[in-house]
Design a protein around this ligand. Structure first.
Ligand code: ZN
Length: 348
């Protein structure tokens, strides 16, 4: 079964002015699943684990900003008086999810959290990004570190948010215990401007960082081709014991801040594929990242719960088709990714 981890404290991370990343997002998710899901509260006390990932001075700086309250710490990212509690409980939700699946109580968990996390590195801004992209602490990264220290030796992080998870890449770039796979919109066309094919990891971590940058207007058919030709074969070969998913709904065609053309059919495909891996993996923990259309957040989250609960569901959207010019570009990108990663994985 899949369980949900959530806390009303996430609603207290509030923008000082209109902002796409606002409490309404979490409300839209919870409203759509509260009648079908078991909802539990996150772990409270996370600083020990937080400080294994983030620099002490960075955490202190965030805490100071919470005390000031209602400030922008960069052009995109705000901190309000409730942010520090929300951000710690966002980390706590992923830790709780990992606990639930490692204990065998659940086989999947959905951490319905905000603020999101995948753009934050050890000290805040990651790689060359101009901002932290609405993120405070890297929830999924702390979850992965927690699992590793609890005896898991291989964690896969699948990032289907439309943006590249530059923070996650940065932190695990030299770590072979964590496979990071990200599909995202071409960094030349969108924030954070990172996530190129040649970033394969370094040292011991070489080969364990997989970036699939997709051109604007990539639709379901092309995205699923990338999943089928690259993502699933690599994850299967890696044989993770635990899978963490950076779940962004902003690759959907109705999302206003990006330009991919996915329908919920792609999300349903991903959820089914991951569900079918349970047994081979100890569990799957989904953590909410982006997604700024509340209707998509609602329907997509409901779909996740239904599919992971083995309920038959209809996706009330047609499969989107990529126009030929864009498809040709995607095919050439897939070829490039395979050429680079053939050095590390058995890819056809
Ligand atoms: Zn995003």
């Amino acid at each position: 079964m899949i369980g949900v981890i959530y806390d009303d404290a996430y609603l207290e991370h509030r923008p000082p002015r209109n902002h796409v990343e606002n409490p309404g997002r979490a409300m839209a998710v919870i409203k759509s699943i509260s009648d079908v899901a078991v909802i539990e509260r996150p772990i409270n006390d996370v600083d020990y684990w937080l400080l294994k990932v983030h620099d002490r001075d960075y955490v202190r700086w965030i805490d100071e900003n919470c005390e000031m309250g209602d400030v922008f710490i960069d052009a995109d990212t705000y901190v309000s008086p409730g942010t520090c509690r929300a951000a710690r409980l966002a980390v706590g939700a992923v830790l709780s999810g990992v606990d639930k699946v490692l204990s065998g109580e659940w086989n999947a968990a959905y951490a319905v959290v905000r603020p999101p996390g995948h753009h934050v590195g050890r000290v805040g801004k990651a790689l060359m990004a101009p901002t932290q992209g609405f993120c405070i602490f890297n929830n999924v990264v702390v979850g992965a570190v927690y699992a590793l220290e609890r005896g898991i030796s291989r964690v896969a992080i699948l990032d289907i948010d439309v943006h590249h998870g530059n923070g996650t890449q940065e932190i695990f770039y030299r770590d072979p215990r964590v496979l990071y796979v990200s599909l995202h919109q071409d960094p030349l066309t969108i924030y954070p401007g990172t996530g190129f094919i040649d970033d394969v990891g370094e040292g011991e971590g070489e080969g364990f960082n997989v970036n699939i940058p997709l051109p604007p207007f990539t639709a379901d058919d092309a995205y699923m081709r990338a999943l089928g030709n690259v993502v699933w074969p690599i994850i299967d070969e890696f044989k993770p014991q635990l899978i963490l998913v950076s779940l962004g709904f902003d690759a959907h065609m109705l999302d206003s801040i990006a330009n991919l053309r996915l329908s919920l059919n792609t999300y349903a495909h991903v959820f089914r594929r991951l569900r079918d891996m349970i047994g081979k993996v100890r569990g799957v923990v989904f953590a909410l990242e982006g997604g700024y259309n509340s209707d998509v957040l609602s329907r997509g989250s409901r779909l996740l719960i239904d599919i992971m609960s083995n309920r038959d569901v209809e996706v009330n959207e047609g499969v989107t088709q990529t126009e030929p010019r864009v498809m040709a570009r995607v095919n050439s990108i897939i070829k490039d990714v395979i050429n680079v990663h053939r050095n590390y994985w058995h890819l056809a």
